[in-house]
Design a protein around this ligand. Structure first.
Ligand SMILES: *Cc1c(COP(=O)(O)O)cnc(C)c1O
Length: 409
């Protein structure tokens, strides 16, 4: 008799997004004339840059020719892409990496979900709250969390609340933790940590022999000087952090799939006897066993981002979204709403005025036909907040902000 992994029974269904879809569907059936603007989109909307498409197509042609056809590539990624990543993403920040420290993959979602496999089940895991659900749920599946309590928290996870009260800066944990997921610029709050604020975490991790799993998927949206683009800008971070990056949000690869993860050579974790083991070798072992690499045309497409034309095109797209972010942020502030994020990130996090996340959702849907995401869907500390994204068109963004401006709070 086959038995299941019962940890899966501890997962709460992705209730939030199905509930949103249901409420919007119901509204649209009852109000067929209504023009609903979707500002909950967590996906890019502009097409791939031309430089990327051209390189992608050329690589497909190579695959069609007997002379240039390629089969399996290196599981870790082609060196042409890895070298460009190091040269363009890390060298300008003064960070030296060797090619063996960079692992190309088909997504930061997979990598942030899979990384926990190389760590023991006894580790205590800390997550910021609200949080990108992948970090939590991959640990639920593995059996590190125990069941969810009445308060919406998994019993064995350590939650680090990030709210207006602490300026969205998580406090260092008071109990011992071993694995710490940090995402900056943050999804969903759009907030960031400065170098000094991130340094406290790096120092904590080094003192406690903990590992930071740093998700930098929104790094390209940073506009302010004192915000680190990579955790390795912080002294000592190579001894305590793994960094996840993605081409999804900076270059529109959400449907194309390409990302990379940095596991520095000096990063170690321990066996039960206290023996040291380097995590780069474990991740390499995991990837070479379970993953066969990203396709050649996609890695060639990604490489085109690092040409002068590619750089210009991806920056233009980021600027487009960040113009939207500014319109949302300033427009909502002007009508007296408390808003966060939107300066170094495409997400704007609104404090709901005297109502719950879902009450605010219903108000916007029913009164002005604007859809966003209730903050409570990202964790208990997201209650009383609401996420709007900058990924819709400029026209729809302007219209949505004007409509919300007609409401009185
Ligand atoms: C979108 C996103 C990613 C990127 O995931 P991919 O699998 O590379 O598309 C990673 N982390 C966070 C927090 C995100 O919002």
């Amino acid at each position: 008799m086959a038995v299941i992994n019962e940890n899966y029974l501890l997962l709460k269904s992705s209730y939030i997004f199905s509930e949103i879809a249901q409420r919007v569907n119901k509204f649209e059936i009852e109000n067929p004339e209504a023009d609903v603007i979707r500002m909950g989109i967590g996906d890019v909307t502009l097409p791939l840059p031309q430089a990327v498409v051209d390189s992608f197509k050329d690589a497909v042609d190579e695959m069609a020719d007997k002379e240039s056809f390629r089969g399996y590539g290196p599981e870790q990624g082609y060196s042409f892409l890895i070298e460009d990543i190091i040269q363009h993403e890390y060298q300008p920040l003064g960070i030296e990496l060797t090619p063996e420290e960079v692992f190309v993959s088909d997504g930061a979602k997979c990598d942030t979900g899979n990384i926990q496999e190389i760590f023991g089940l006894d580790n205590t895991v800390a997550v910021t709250d609200p949080v990108y659900p992948v970090y939590v749920e991959s640990n639920v599946m593995a059996g590190r969390t125990g069941p969810m309590g009445e308060d919406g928290r998994y019993g064995k996870l350590v939650y680090l609340p990030c709210t207006a009260e602490n300026d969205f800066i998580p406090e260092l944990p008071t109990e011992d933790v071993d694995l710490i997921y940090l995402c900056y610029p943050n999804n969903p709050t759009g907030t960031t940590l400065t170098r000094d604020q991130l340094k406290r975490w790096v120092d904590y991790a080094r003192q406690n022999q903990a590992v930071i799993l740093f998700d930098a998927a929104y790094e390209a949206y940073i506009t302010q000087e004192d915000i680190p683009r990579s955790i390795y800008e912080i002294e000592g971070a190579k001894e305590c952090a793994i960094e996840f990056r993605s081409f999804s949000k900076n270059a529109g690869f959400t449907g194309t799939r390409c990302a990379y993860t940095v596991v520095p050579r000096e990063l170690v974790a321990y066996d039960a006897q206290g023996g040291k083991h380097d995590l780069n070798s474990l991740w390499n072992r995991r990837q070479t066993t379970k993953f066969n690499g990203v396709s050649y045309p996609i890695q060639k497409a990604a490489q085109a981002i690092y040409t002068p034309q590619g750089q210009k095109e991806i920056q233009a797209n980021i600027n487009y979204y960040m113009t939207n972010a500014g319109i949302i942020r300033e427009g909502l502030k002007a009508i007296g709403l408390e808003v966060y994020g939107g300066v170094n990130s495409p997400y704007i996090w609104i404090k709901t005025p005297g109502m719950t996340s879902w009450e605010f959702f219903d108000l916007l849907l029913n009164e002005v036909q604007v859809v966003g995401t209730p903050g409570v869907g990202f964790g208990p500390s997201g209650e009383g907040y609401f996420r709007i994204t900058a990924f819709n068109t400029l026209e729809n963004t302007r219209e949505a902000v004007a409509r919300i401006g007609r409401l009185e709070f």
